[in-house]
Design a protein around this ligand. Sequence first.
Ligand code: URA
Length: 434
Amino acid sequence: MNTIELIRKKRNGESLSKEEILFLVSSYTKNTIPDYQFSAFLMAVYLKGMNTIETAALTEAMLYSGKVIDLSSIKGIKIDKHSTGGVGDKTSLIIAPIVAAAGINVPMISGRGLGHTGGTLDKLEAIPGYSTNLSLRDYKKVLKKCGLVLIGQTKEIAPADKLIYALRDVTATVESIPLITGSIMSKKLAEGIDGLVLDVKTGSGAFMQKFSDAKALAQSLINTAKAFDKKVIAFITDMNQPLGNYIGNWFEVHESIKILRGEVVPDLCEVSFTLSGAMIYLGGKAKSINEGIQLSKELIANGKAFEKFVELVKLQGGDVSYLYKPEKYPKAKHTLKVKSNVEGFVSSIDTYQIGVAALELGAGRSKKEDVIDPKAGIIFHKKLGDKLSKGEIIAELFTDEKIVLNDAEKRILKALRITDDKPKKQKLIKLIMD
Ligand code: URA
């Protein structure tokens, strides 16, 4: 096959065959196509798009660039969840133990945070001793033992994605629906799952800020999951404010423990139980998503979900004493209370800026090599529609770097729009698609 011809074909808006896509992806992974040609191909895809068959072919080529984990030795159905990420989004830590406690296997391979959004791996690594770096053999062992495993990407999983993502990052081709679909689905399908629940976020703190883009991405992910015969349900959920009240790695583990032990944080509980309810439904342990939601609440109330989380952390080497006594976790050296200088209703929050403030406090990374501080973060006290009086605390900031406090405070104050009128309440779960 001729690489230049294939690039030209896509540039002209024609469809590529499965074989042509496989040729391009496997040649690039084997280093027989140079970066400049693959970059041109990526830009052609960015500009001209791909149809459902091409997107599935791209996903398949990326998937089989590595190993597909064989979980056939583990009895029962395997269901996972993927979220496109946001600020304060710690639902994986809550729903994975709930769903495993319902008797469904949850083989979860997660990513790290980058930019303004957090990542499940960084949160888990905030638990002293917890290892996210298991071999595939140990991954299966832990899954077999407790029905749940939570690790990071290994070298064997979709290696093409690592190479292609790095190139997309420097060629302005990240924001392409077929390329995002191939990237997400190749990694998820490699887990050996039977079904997937997708949480595609929309709003000021989301990767896909516009609802129409979120919907198009959800549809593309659904089409691809179906092309691989996987059960799938997608939700479009709101990210116009942080989810829950805690932002930052240990803070988010702490808030997840609170929920698993029965505390109610309304928005976080609604999104978490909807996702776990859908996973339980897909896993065949409930007749509807609503029944799955009810079961999720029961598994919190009877302590089984929390017990499952403790079992997981123990099996992956974590010190479970912090789960029983989260308050003994080391504290950040410096704190600051952000107070309102006006009165009114919180009518919008630039959630992206809240994520950036958390990053600046030490909770995130702007470059892959940056080191995060698990103690750093924000307790965000206000929600959209809340009344605010002058001098009232909006948020508390925590960091070891005193110098960043004032900038983070300014950023947060600027991110809030306060009005005299109470804004209309927005739905958290905006759409269900299957
Ligand atoms: N997350 C991924 O894993 N890949 C993308 O391309 C975008 C978000």
